[in-house]
Design a protein around this ligand. Sequence first.
Ligand code: IPM
Ligand code: MG
Length: 358
Amino acid sequence: MNIAILPGDGIGPEIVAEAVRVLDVLELPFNTESALVGGAAYEAHGHPLPDATLKLAQAADAVLFGAVGDWKFDTLERSLRPEQAILGLRKHLQLFANFRPAICYSQLTHASSLKPELIGGLDILIVRELTGDIYFGQPRGRRESPDGAFKGHPEAFDTMRYSRPEIERIAHVAFQAARKRSKRVTSVDKANVLETFQFWRDVMTEVHADYPDIELDHMYVDNAAMQLVKAPKKFDVIVTGNMFGDILSDEAAMLTGSIGMLPSASLNAANRGLYEPSHGSAPDIAGKNIANPLATILSLAMMLRFSLNQAEAALRVEAAVVKVLESGLRTADIWSEGTQRVGTREMGSAVVAALNAA
Ligand code: IPM
Ligand code: MG
């Protein structure tokens, strides 16, 4: 089996390097091959998703992705910006189902800005639709000059749309995921204002008829944003569109203490997938050995489970992460009084050591 490694920009290369060390120590029969993506690829080859990188990803059984983006590319024409690499990969590999679990590790209940009793034991799963919605509609009013100015454009817009099959397939994914959990799904929409999301709500309800064992409720996105900080443990599986899922998953990440802890899996219909931390490229701390590699290491565990049929190895990696947290090591983002602050590299080494000791 082949794994494509795409470290990307900012902290991407540092955190992916630690996940690759973890993969190496597992001694599984996988080949890995790396390629440039995002701003790094733009600088080397003039495009954020060069053909060779896309081909490598398409041929692989799974992709391990770091992060893309840097402010220095903000004035580039949109089609050349680093973000287009991840959007292009999602679209080309048809990675429509994005799993973003938010689990609050008991060792980190004090790292969150929320009260410990609110988030202790939190375990929710956000299922975000990833290849439709306003992200892939028709943009108008794009920057037409290389200096990035709108040059007197009277307006700009993006269109929001969903097709029935797009909603149906993510609905099935969410209901099936709920079957393995506490059998509850909250579908988040904005049906009170947007036609697209009235349609979303109706199709969700239709598909739900196939799942009489699952409880479905609907919630408006503004209310969901509030409930997530008011009583997050009331949620189990949340299913939502591309844009609401983007926003709510960052919010959910903070419930767990740090976005540096949140892994993700983006799957297609054949369970092939791309695995990446839910956080961004954090160029402000790039190259400083500060970033938390755990979200990427936990994304590797998801890869082992979902795409590489190595559930046991996935459990070993997850157990090693817990062991390291129990030992009191913390990167800066999850540090609290009484714990020991370590860097990216040291955190990776600790996970490797925990695996070797197990
Ligand atoms: C994410 C990111 C991406 C998104 C960006 C980098 C395009 O924020 O994966 O959540 O908006 O989907
Ligand atoms: Mg995001």
